[in-house]
Design a protein around this ligand. Structure first.
Ligand code: GLY
Length: 364
């Protein structure tokens, strides 16, 4: 098992460890038992993940003598709402959960974000830990304490920054992950390579069949490198005011594509198209070279990720969603661009004409 420590300068008591490895659930249960984070646990999961991994984790936790209750939600982004959060809170009240209850998020990004959100508001805040089960949640959403729910107006519009007590990344969870979900996670992996770790890009380039032929050692190395990068950005800028925004490479346009497709296009796919668009904008504004843009597009395509805006999504619709992006300030259009691979920067106001031209070029 490999361990990383996330240090939170604002409040050192919110610092916590990330544990990465195969067959680590038993050690995780023992760690929870000795931690004093809770006298009982509520495992929050979705019905799909719960059916595959729920019993094993709950049995291990019960084996430590603790009371463990399950709470299940429906799988999918549609569950990430205020209504689901209130429903979870009512279920917690009905089983008399209290401030000594520790929530356990077992699932992907939706479960992790919802669990963190509920933990941050239930009885003014109770502890929670993360057991991310998807590649995307392991390399991204389980780290950094961003919690939240969606509104019809947009994703994550209600939320908190609230750090977990620990993150346990059980790599064997990835063995049963469907290929589309592996692919989604690989989009974020490519992002880390592009903003910080060109060597990571080479690792992925050497094995574009990672979705279908899972290579445990390579996956461990990939998850570890991504977690290390994310934890460093979070340590430098927990509240997303500066350098953490570099993690948004591909996301400004990606989020708008996701919204314009009414979330039919998954987050990872949208980020893939967003990275292609933002790489092309970097080229147009005189930063990235043509060869680098071709390398990025080639890698994403070789992973089976989309590199064109799907037919039926309107450029004007995507631009309108970008206008509503919560990271905008005033009338400017800030986007993370690349000076070169491994060197991102925030361009504070990308001309709308440049974004429009790029999106039109990418219409399939
Ligand atoms: N997923 C981007 C962040 O956590 O800041």
């Amino acid at each position: 098992m490999r361990n990383l420590t996330v240090r939170i300068e604002r409040n050192p008591s919110e610092g916590h460890d990330i544990h990465i490895g195969r067959e680590i659930l038993e050690a995780a249960a023992l760690r929870l038992m000795s931690s004093g984070w809770g006298s009982r646990y509520v495992v929050l999961t979705d019905s799909r993940v719960g059916a595959v991994h729920g019993r094993q984790l709950m049995d291990l936790l019960r084996g430590t003598g603790a009371r463990v209750d399950p709470v299940e939600i429906q799988p999918g982004e549609a569950s990430k709402t205020v209504a689901t959060a209130l429903d979870i809170i009512r279920q917690l009240l009905s089983i008399e959960a209290d401030r000594h209850t520790c929530l356990v998020a077992l699932g992907g990004g939706v479960v992790g974000d919802l669990t963190g959100f509920v933990a941050s508001i239930f009885m003014r805040g109770i502890p929670y830990v993360q057991f991310p089960t998807t590649l995307l949640a392991q390399v991204d959403s389980s780290i950094g304490g961003k919690t939240g729910v969606d509104l019809p107006e947009g994703k994550n519009l209600i939320g908190t920054f609230y750090q977990p007590k620990a993150v346990f990344m059980e790599l064997s969870f990835l063995d049963t992950l469907p290929q589309e979900q592996m692919r989604e996670g690989l989009a974020e992996v490519v992002k880390y390579g592009l903003i910080e770790d060109p060597e990571l890009l080479s690792i992925v380039e050497a094995r574009p069949d990672l979705c279908s032929r899972k290579d445990p050692d390579r996956l461990e190395e990939i998850v570890y490198r991504c977690a290390l990068i994310k934890k460093r950005f979070v340590e430098m800028d927990e509240r997303d005011q500066g350098v953490r925004r570099m993690l948004n490479f591909g996301h400004t346009i990606g989020h708008a594509i996701e919204a314009e497709s009414s979330y039919e296009i998954s987050h990872g796919e949208a980020v893939s198209i967003g990275m292609v668009a933002e790489a092309r904008i970097s080229l147009k504004l005189g930063h990235l070279s043509k060869g680098e843009v071709e390398r990025i597009e080639g890698l994403l395509a070789s992973l089976g990720l989309p590199v064109r805006v799907p037919h039926g999504l309107s450029t004007e619709g995507i631009l309108a969603h970008m206008q509503r992006d919560k990271k905008r300030s005033g009338n400017t259009r800030p986007i993370v661009l690349l000076k070169r691979i491994g060197l991102p920067f925030l361009e504070r106001d990308v001309p709308e004409s440049c974004i429009r031209e790029t999106l039109m070029e990418l219409q399939s």
